[in-house]
Ligand binder design. Structure first.
Ligand code: NDP
Ligand code: 8X3
Length: 251
Protein backbone atom coordinates (compact mmCIF):
# COMPACT_ATOMS: atom_id res chain seq x y z
CA UNK A 1 0.00 0.00 0.00
CA UNK A 2 1.34 3.46 -0.90
CA UNK A 3 2.32 5.81 1.88
CA UNK A 4 0.56 9.18 2.26
CA UNK A 5 2.13 12.62 2.75
CA UNK A 6 0.20 15.83 3.47
CA UNK A 7 2.05 18.98 2.36
CA UNK A 8 0.70 22.41 3.34
CA UNK A 9 1.47 25.31 1.01
CA UNK A 10 1.93 23.06 -2.02
CA UNK A 11 0.94 25.71 -4.59
CA UNK A 12 4.45 27.18 -4.74
CA UNK A 13 8.08 26.95 -3.66
CA UNK A 14 9.21 24.29 -1.17
CA UNK A 15 5.73 22.81 -0.82
CA UNK A 16 5.26 22.25 -4.53
CA UNK A 17 8.75 20.74 -4.90
CA UNK A 18 8.12 18.55 -1.83
CA UNK A 19 4.84 17.25 -3.26
CA UNK A 20 6.73 16.44 -6.45
CA UNK A 21 9.58 14.52 -4.81
CA UNK A 22 7.22 12.46 -2.64
CA UNK A 23 5.07 11.71 -5.70
CA UNK A 24 8.14 10.65 -7.65
CA UNK A 25 8.84 8.23 -4.80
CA UNK A 26 5.33 6.78 -5.14
CA UNK A 27 3.67 8.47 -2.18
CA UNK A 28 0.03 9.46 -2.58
CA UNK A 29 -0.05 13.16 -1.82
CA UNK A 30 -2.51 15.51 -0.09
CA UNK A 31 -1.76 19.03 -1.28
CA UNK A 32 -3.09 22.18 0.38
CA UNK A 33 -3.10 25.91 -0.25
CA UNK A 34 -5.53 28.75 -0.95
CA UNK A 35 -5.07 28.92 -4.74
CA UNK A 36 -7.46 26.28 -6.05
CA UNK A 37 -6.40 26.50 -9.72
CA UNK A 38 -2.81 25.77 -8.77
CA UNK A 39 -3.88 22.80 -6.65
CA UNK A 40 -5.95 21.40 -9.53
CA UNK A 41 -3.07 21.86 -11.99
CA UNK A 42 -0.58 20.20 -9.64
CA UNK A 43 -2.93 17.26 -9.03
CA UNK A 44 -3.20 16.68 -12.79
CA UNK A 45 0.53 17.05 -13.32
CA UNK A 46 1.63 14.72 -10.51
CA UNK A 47 -0.97 12.06 -11.29
CA UNK A 48 -0.03 11.98 -14.99
CA UNK A 49 3.72 12.12 -14.41
CA UNK A 50 4.08 9.75 -11.47
CA UNK A 51 0.97 7.55 -11.55
CA UNK A 52 0.11 8.33 -7.92
CA UNK A 53 -3.09 9.68 -6.38
CA UNK A 54 -3.32 13.32 -5.35
CA UNK A 55 -6.02 14.81 -3.10
CA UNK A 56 -6.27 18.63 -3.03
CA UNK A 57 -7.60 20.45 0.03
CA UNK A 58 -8.17 24.16 -0.54
CA UNK A 59 -8.21 26.12 2.71
CA UNK A 60 -6.58 28.99 4.55
CA UNK A 61 -4.47 27.69 7.45
CA UNK A 62 -5.34 30.84 9.42
CA UNK A 63 -8.89 29.56 9.83
CA UNK A 64 -9.08 27.02 12.62
CA UNK A 65 -12.53 25.95 11.49
CA UNK A 66 -11.50 25.45 7.86
CA UNK A 67 -8.31 23.60 8.79
CA UNK A 68 -10.24 21.13 10.96
CA UNK A 69 -13.19 20.70 8.60
CA UNK A 70 -10.90 20.18 5.58
CA UNK A 71 -8.78 17.55 7.30
CA UNK A 72 -11.82 15.88 8.87
CA UNK A 73 -13.42 15.72 5.40
CA UNK A 74 -10.68 13.44 4.07
CA UNK A 75 -12.08 10.16 2.71
CA UNK A 76 -11.16 7.22 4.93
CA UNK A 77 -8.53 5.93 2.47
CA UNK A 78 -6.69 9.26 2.81
CA UNK A 79 -6.65 9.31 6.59
CA UNK A 80 -3.62 7.07 7.14
CA UNK A 81 -1.20 10.00 6.86
CA UNK A 82 2.42 8.88 7.27
CA UNK A 83 4.13 12.26 6.86
CA UNK A 84 2.87 15.80 7.54
CA UNK A 85 4.97 18.64 6.12
CA UNK A 86 3.96 21.89 7.84
CA UNK A 87 5.33 24.23 5.19
CA UNK A 88 2.67 26.91 4.55
CA UNK A 89 4.04 30.23 5.70
CA UNK A 90 5.21 33.67 4.77
CA UNK A 91 7.11 36.78 5.65
CA UNK A 92 5.06 39.96 5.25
CA UNK A 93 7.14 43.12 5.06
CA UNK A 94 10.70 43.82 6.18
CA UNK A 95 10.56 46.90 8.37
CA UNK A 96 12.02 48.19 11.60
CA UNK A 97 9.93 47.23 14.63
CA UNK A 98 8.63 50.77 15.16
CA UNK A 99 7.60 51.12 11.51
CA UNK A 100 6.20 47.65 10.80
CA UNK A 101 2.51 47.06 10.14
CA UNK A 102 0.36 45.32 12.75
CA UNK A 103 -1.58 43.63 9.93
CA UNK A 104 1.66 42.09 8.66
CA UNK A 105 2.51 40.91 12.15
CA UNK A 106 -0.90 39.34 12.66
CA UNK A 107 -0.77 37.68 9.25
CA UNK A 108 2.60 36.07 10.04
CA UNK A 109 1.60 34.98 13.54
CA UNK A 110 -1.73 33.58 12.32
CA UNK A 111 -0.16 31.70 9.39
CA UNK A 112 3.25 30.57 10.60
CA UNK A 113 2.36 29.79 14.20
CA UNK A 114 -1.39 29.34 14.63
CA UNK A 115 -1.85 27.75 11.18
CA UNK A 116 0.86 25.20 11.92
CA UNK A 117 -0.77 24.41 15.27
CA UNK A 118 -4.25 23.98 13.78
CA UNK A 119 -3.08 21.65 11.01
CA UNK A 120 -0.92 19.62 13.40
CA UNK A 121 -3.71 19.25 15.94
CA UNK A 122 -6.16 18.19 13.21
CA UNK A 123 -3.77 15.59 11.74
CA UNK A 124 -2.35 14.24 15.02
CA UNK A 125 -5.25 11.95 16.00
CA UNK A 126 -4.80 10.19 12.65
CA UNK A 127 -1.20 9.46 13.62
CA UNK A 128 -1.59 8.72 17.33
CA UNK A 129 -4.21 6.06 16.66
CA UNK A 130 -1.73 4.26 14.38
CA UNK A 131 1.21 4.86 16.76
CA UNK A 132 3.30 6.15 13.88
CA UNK A 133 3.90 9.27 11.87
CA UNK A 134 6.45 11.91 10.99
CA UNK A 135 5.85 15.64 11.34
CA UNK A 136 8.22 17.96 9.51
CA UNK A 137 8.04 21.66 10.37
CA UNK A 138 9.57 24.38 8.20
CA UNK A 139 11.49 26.79 10.38
CA UNK A 140 14.24 28.96 8.92
CA UNK A 141 17.66 30.32 9.72
CA UNK A 142 15.38 33.08 11.08
CA UNK A 143 14.44 30.53 13.77
CA UNK A 144 18.05 30.55 14.96
CA UNK A 145 19.02 34.24 14.71
CA UNK A 146 17.18 37.54 14.69
CA UNK A 147 18.19 40.03 12.01
CA UNK A 148 17.45 43.72 11.50
CA UNK A 149 13.87 44.26 10.24
CA UNK A 150 13.15 40.57 10.77
CA UNK A 151 11.40 41.09 14.14
CA UNK A 152 8.06 39.25 13.99
CA UNK A 153 9.00 36.93 11.08
CA UNK A 154 11.98 35.78 13.16
CA UNK A 155 9.72 35.46 16.21
CA UNK A 156 7.30 33.20 14.33
CA UNK A 157 10.14 30.96 13.20
CA UNK A 158 11.65 30.89 16.71
CA UNK A 159 8.17 29.75 17.78
CA UNK A 160 8.24 26.99 15.14
CA UNK A 161 11.59 25.90 16.57
CA UNK A 162 10.20 25.81 20.13
CA UNK A 163 6.97 24.10 19.07
CA UNK A 164 8.99 21.45 17.21
CA UNK A 165 11.09 20.77 20.30
CA UNK A 166 8.05 20.45 22.53
CA UNK A 167 6.15 18.30 20.01
CA UNK A 168 9.17 15.98 19.89
CA UNK A 169 9.13 15.53 23.65
CA UNK A 170 5.37 15.18 24.06
CA UNK A 171 4.85 12.87 21.09
CA UNK A 172 7.61 10.42 22.03
CA UNK A 173 4.98 8.25 23.71
CA UNK A 174 3.16 7.89 20.37
CA UNK A 175 6.35 7.02 18.43
CA UNK A 176 5.89 10.08 16.20
CA UNK A 177 9.03 11.61 14.73
CA UNK A 178 9.33 15.41 14.65
CA UNK A 179 11.87 17.08 12.39
CA UNK A 180 12.45 20.82 12.09
CA UNK A 181 14.10 21.96 8.86
CA UNK A 182 15.68 25.41 8.82
CA UNK A 183 16.64 26.66 5.34
CA UNK A 184 18.52 29.86 4.61
CA UNK A 185 17.77 32.07 1.62
CA UNK A 186 15.98 30.17 -1.15
CA UNK A 187 14.57 31.62 -4.33
CA UNK A 188 10.82 30.92 -4.44
CA UNK A 189 7.83 33.27 -4.36
CA UNK A 190 8.81 34.06 -0.75
CA UNK A 191 10.40 37.46 -1.41
CA UNK A 192 7.71 38.54 -3.89
CA UNK A 193 5.19 37.85 -1.12
CA UNK A 194 7.35 39.55 1.51
CA UNK A 195 7.77 42.69 -0.62
CA UNK A 196 4.15 42.60 -1.80
CA UNK A 197 4.86 42.13 -5.48
CA UNK A 198 7.84 44.53 -5.73
CA UNK A 199 10.01 42.47 -8.08
CA UNK A 200 13.10 44.68 -7.93
CA UNK A 201 13.20 44.48 -4.11
CA UNK A 202 12.59 40.73 -4.27
CA UNK A 203 15.29 40.14 -6.90
CA UNK A 204 17.85 42.08 -4.83
CA UNK A 205 17.69 39.44 -2.09
CA UNK A 206 19.22 36.86 -4.44
CA UNK A 207 21.71 39.07 -6.30
CA UNK A 208 25.38 38.09 -6.50
CA UNK A 209 25.22 34.50 -5.20
CA UNK A 210 23.45 31.24 -5.84
CA UNK A 211 20.68 30.77 -3.28
CA UNK A 212 19.04 27.44 -2.43
CA UNK A 213 16.34 26.27 -4.82
CA UNK A 214 12.98 24.81 -3.81
CA UNK A 215 14.23 21.43 -5.04
CA UNK A 216 17.34 21.63 -2.81
CA UNK A 217 15.11 22.01 0.23
CA UNK A 218 12.58 19.39 -0.92
CA UNK A 219 15.37 16.83 -1.39
CA UNK A 220 16.47 17.36 2.21
CA UNK A 221 12.89 17.16 3.49
CA UNK A 222 12.40 13.87 1.64
CA UNK A 223 15.75 12.52 2.85
CA UNK A 224 14.70 12.87 6.49
CA UNK A 225 11.85 10.41 5.80
CA UNK A 226 14.10 7.74 4.30
CA UNK A 227 15.99 6.78 7.46
CA UNK A 228 15.44 3.58 9.45
CA UNK A 229 12.41 3.47 11.76
CA UNK A 230 14.53 4.09 14.89
CA UNK A 231 16.45 7.11 13.48
CA UNK A 232 15.12 10.69 13.56
CA UNK A 233 16.74 13.89 12.34
CA UNK A 234 15.51 16.33 14.96
CA UNK A 235 16.82 19.66 13.75
CA UNK A 236 18.53 20.51 10.52
CA UNK A 237 19.87 23.85 9.23
CA UNK A 238 20.76 24.12 5.54
CA UNK A 239 22.05 27.10 3.62
CA UNK A 240 23.57 27.69 0.22
CA UNK A 241 27.37 27.69 0.07
CA UNK A 242 27.46 31.50 0.03
CA UNK A 243 25.63 31.80 3.34
CA UNK A 244 26.81 30.93 6.85
CA UNK A 245 23.63 31.99 8.66
CA UNK A 246 21.11 34.85 8.57
CA UNK A 247 23.86 37.47 8.84
CA UNK A 248 26.78 36.32 6.74
CA UNK A 249 26.45 36.03 2.98
CA UNK A 250 29.69 36.06 0.96
CA UNK A 251 29.10 37.60 -2.47
P1 NDP B 1 6.29 30.50 -1.27
O1 NDP B 1 5.72 31.87 -1.13
O2 NDP B 1 6.85 30.11 -2.59
O3 NDP B 1 5.20 29.41 -0.84
C1 NDP B 1 4.43 29.59 0.32
C2 NDP B 1 3.29 28.58 0.34
O4 NDP B 1 2.54 28.77 1.57
C3 NDP B 1 2.31 28.75 -0.81
O5 NDP B 1 1.96 27.48 -1.31
C4 NDP B 1 1.10 29.40 -0.17
O6 NDP B 1 -0.10 28.95 -0.79
C5 NDP B 1 1.16 28.84 1.27
N1 NDP B 1 0.46 29.72 2.20
C6 NDP B 1 0.84 30.96 2.60
N2 NDP B 1 -0.11 31.49 3.41
C7 NDP B 1 -1.08 30.55 3.51
C8 NDP B 1 -2.33 30.50 4.19
N3 NDP B 1 -2.78 31.53 4.94
N4 NDP B 1 -3.09 29.39 4.08
C9 NDP B 1 -2.67 28.36 3.33
N5 NDP B 1 -1.50 28.33 2.67
C10 NDP B 1 -0.73 29.42 2.75
O7 NDP B 1 7.39 30.39 -0.12
P2 NDP B 1 8.47 29.25 0.26
O8 NDP B 1 8.19 27.99 -0.46
O9 NDP B 1 9.79 29.84 0.16
O10 NDP B 1 8.15 29.09 1.81
C11 NDP B 1 7.65 27.92 2.41
C12 NDP B 1 7.99 27.91 3.88
O11 NDP B 1 9.41 27.94 4.05
C13 NDP B 1 7.48 29.12 4.66
O12 NDP B 1 7.07 28.65 5.93
C14 NDP B 1 8.68 30.04 4.78
O13 NDP B 1 8.62 30.86 5.89
C15 NDP B 1 9.78 29.01 4.91
N6 NDP B 1 11.13 29.45 4.53
C16 NDP B 1 11.39 30.05 3.33
C17 NDP B 1 12.69 30.42 2.99
C18 NDP B 1 13.03 31.12 1.73
O14 NDP B 1 14.09 31.80 1.68
N7 NDP B 1 12.27 30.99 0.66
C19 NDP B 1 13.81 30.09 3.89
C20 NDP B 1 13.42 29.47 5.13
C21 NDP B 1 12.14 29.15 5.40
P3 NDP B 1 -1.35 29.87 -1.20
O15 NDP B 1 -0.84 31.26 -1.43
O16 NDP B 1 -1.91 29.21 -2.42
O17 NDP B 1 -2.26 29.77 -0.02
C1 8X3 C 1 13.53 32.91 5.02
C2 8X3 C 1 14.98 33.25 5.00
O1 8X3 C 1 16.69 35.07 5.48
O2 8X3 C 1 14.52 35.81 4.71
O3 8X3 C 1 13.13 32.33 6.20
O4 8X3 C 1 14.79 34.99 6.94
S1 8X3 C 1 15.23 34.86 5.56
Amino acid sequence: MSKIVLVTGATSGFGKATAEIFASNKYNVIITGRRKERLDELKKELEEKHGVKVHPLCFDVRSREDAFSSINSLPVEWKAIDVLVNNAGLAAGRDHFDEASMEDWENMLDTNVKGLLYVSKAVLPLMTERKKGHIINLGSTAAKEVYEKGNVYCATKHAVDAISQSMRIDLLKHKIKVTAIHPGAAETEFSMVRFKGDKSQADKIYEGYQPLSAEDVANVIYYTTTLPEHVCINDLVLTCLAQANSFYTYK
